[in-house]
Each structure stands twice: as C-alpha cells, then as structure tokens.
Design a protein around this ligand. Structure first.
Ligand SMILES: [Zn+2]
Ligand SMILES: [Zn+2]
Length: 398
C-alpha cells in the first residue's frame, strides 16, 4: 500500500534516473520500485520527468534527468542561463566589485593562520564537539563527532581550466593541502564548476591522503573523480545516503537549484547537490552553490534541525541574471530558516572575482538581512579567512 503518500507523478526512465531514493519512512527505493508503487495508487501522467511525493510531513523533490542525459532543476524558480543573457550581462552591466590593493584587503578581509598551523594548537580530532574552519570561498574543514571533512576544497589561484585566464583569487587560501591536518577522512563535492571542483586540488589531496580519503559526489561525477585518481568515491542522487565506512557519520545528497558544466559540451550532464552530514551528536548542512528553491524546506523537514549550515551569500549581482543560480544574503537567511539551522556560516564570498557586487557587500547585506529577520550575529555569521567556529557544549536533540 502506498496510501500515506499522495503522489504527483510523471515518468522518466532514462538510465541516469534509475537511482535509489529514500522514501519518507527512510526505506531505500529505486525508481522502478517507486513507479510500481505509484502506478498502483495513482494514474500515470506523461508530462516532464519530475516526481514529487507529498505527505502530511514530508515532500521530497527527486532529481530530474531528460532523455538526452542532462539534468534539469524541477522547480519553477529555475531558468537556465543562456549565452545570450551572459553576453547581455557582460555588455550592459557595470562591475562594482571595487577590489582594492593588498594592504586594504589585509585590513578588510584579513587572513588568519588556521588553528591547525599554529604550533601551540591541539590538532587532535575533536570527539564530542563541532568545529568549522573557513578556508575561503566554499572550502571549509568540518570536524564533526571525531571526523574531519572538507567541503568543495579549492586551493588554486584561478577557478578555471587555465593558469592564464578565468576568475582569479584576490585572497589567498589560508593554507595549502600539505598543511591540512593529517586526519582528514572525507570530502564532499557540490558540483563540477571550477570554483568548487579544482583538478590541481584534487590531485594534491590524493597525493597527500591517497585512498584514506573518501569522496562523496553527486550523480554523474564518479567517472571524473576516478580519472583524477580518486580511489574511494561514492556517487549519490538527491536523498540517497551512505555511511562513511567505519564510522557512524552518514552523508546525504540533497537538492539545490544550480547547474553544472566543465567543458563546452557537458552542460548539466552531472548533477549538483547540497549535503547533509549527520553524525551521532551533530548535524551539518552544506548548501553547495544554489539559488533559492522549495527544496530547502524539504531538507529541513527530513533532516533538520542542523547545528550549523554552510550557506552561500556571495556572487549574486546582477540579480536578473544570477538569482536563479545564486542566493543573495536575504535568500540565504530564508535557507537558514528553511533548513532549521541553529547557526549558519556565510560562504562563497570574499575570495574570487566572479560577479558584479562590491566585494564587501555580501557581509554588509547579511547584517541588514539579519536585522530584518530578528537574527543575531551568533545565528548567522561570517568568519575571517582561516578562522574557526566551534561548539563543545551543544548537543543536538533530534
Ligand atoms: Zn556553480
Ligand atoms: Zn560557485
């Protein structure tokens, strides 16, 4: 019986979509099982290929893949960027990023030496507490219930396939791969854009950690990771989960509204995802790279509350072009509320020249958005490059 769930269904049977999903009771289903159960309870419709399950407490939007093997966002809040609109942006909008000389940057966006590079620091893995260190852009080191995890590690000078062109850093990474703590066990990748998945960083991480490192990636990315010498790769569709072997920490790929591309012909051939990292004592949400969509409420219903959410706040102007793929600080606060985060850290800002807003505007707009929503700096904050946020007293009650 499928009666507790009301299903709005349309069908996609392309190979990329035949992946396991988790239903509201936590039971793993593949799409064939889902379709069989839904055909028993609901007439088949023949529109696009999204599946949305509505239930009194649970609604899960499942990833959508067209017959040409390209993923699409299953929300009306999405619009795919076109070459024409990209040209329109570049030809008609003014860049206001105002990035100053290094001395001024050292004052406004200082770079701290991470705690693990300070000789006086204890770099042993924290067991009963949670710590997040910002390594610039969307790169963080998360220490959750004794496990060290990197999010979208990026330590190169340019977010580009070339050493010579493409978005460059105006703030250095606070450390190199060889300065990371030796106990890093896992990496989560949100999608394949160059500012989130960097070939040289992947190579350097593999050289340093080898097959001790477990990579969690969205659907379609495993072959690229294997070609880049990653030994242990787990590829997941939205709502699929997997334990990090030998631990009680599970990784759940969850929805976000974005897109993917690394070459001229591979647009949207791999999926994009946010990630829930669920430990026995703490929960972290990594929003990846995303515009605003209703998927975050679903994530909050299923896996919230989170002890901390890592939410992008930058690379949002001009809004007419970027609102579909990038949050602004106001929308980032909505995500903080939707996923039921106790605290949030603003990421994806202050590092690369990507878009038109002033380089300090994300931090300033976040402060204004906090004020509008009655939040404090403790609720949703930014860190200096290399700085850490830590709690040792909070214990999640789920
Ligand atoms: Zn991106
Ligand atoms: Zn990005």
């Amino acid at each position: 019986m499928f009666s507790p769930l009301t299903v709005c269904l349309s069908v996609c049977l392309c190979a990329g979509c035949l992946q396991k999903v988790v239903d509201g009771s936590g039971q793993n289903l593949d799409r064939h099982q889902l379709l069989r159960r839904m055909e028993d309870s609901h007439p088949k419709e023949d529109a696009a290929c999204s599946i949305v399950i509505h239930a009194p407490k649970i609604m899960m939007t499942i990833s959508e893949c067209k017959s040409d093997g390209r993923f699409v966002n299953p929300w009306p809040t999405w619009k795919q960027p076109s070459l024409f609109s990209l040209l329109q942006w570049k030809l008609t909008e003014r860049n206001h990023n105002g990035i100053p000389h290094k001395e001024e940057l050292d004052r406004t966006l200082p770079i701290q030496m991470p705690y693990f590079m300070q000789s006086s620091s204890d770099t042993s893995v924290l067991d009963g507490s949670l710590r997040v260190t910002w390594l610039g852009h969307s790169s963080t080191l998360v220490e959750l219930d004794g496990i060290m995890i990197l999010t979208d590690p990026m330590f190169s000078k340019r977010a580009s396939p070339s050493l010579w062109f493409g978005p460059s850093r105006y703030r250095d990474a606070p450390c190199d791969v060889d300065q990371l703590p030796e106990n890093v066990r896992a990496v989560v990748i949100s999608h394949n854009h160059y500012d989130h998945l960097d070939y040289n960083t992947v190579i350097n991480l593999n050289q340093r950690f080898g097959d001790k490192l477990h990579w969690f990636v969205p659907l379609g990315l495993a072959s690229w990771m294997h070609a880049s010498h990653c030994k242990t790769v787990t590829e997941l569709d939205w709502w699929q989960s997997e334990l990090l072997p030998g631990t009680s920490v599970s990784f759940v790929a969850t929805p976000c509204q974005h897109w993917s591309r690394r070459t001229i012909s591979d647009e949207n051939r791999t999926l994009w995802a946010s990630w829930c990292i669920l430990g026995p004592k703490h929960r972290v949400f990594f929003a990846g790279d995303t515009g605003y969509c209703s998927g975050f409420q679903e994530i909050g219903h299923l896996y919230g509350p989170f002890d901390i959410a890592l939410i992008p706040i930058g690379a949002y102007a001009p809004r007419w072009f970027l609102k579909f793929q990038h949050l602004d600080p106001e929308e980032a606060v909505h995500v903080h509320q939707d996923v039921l985060a106790r605290h949030s850290l603003g990421i994806h800002w202050g590092t690369f020249t990507l878009t038109d807003e002033h380089y300090l505007e994300p931090r300033e707009e976040l402060e204004r958005a906090r004020g509008r929503h009655g939040l404090t700096e403790e609720d949703f904050f930014v860190l200096e490059h290399g700085a850490s946020w830590q709690t040792s007293t909070m214990v999640s009650a789920h």
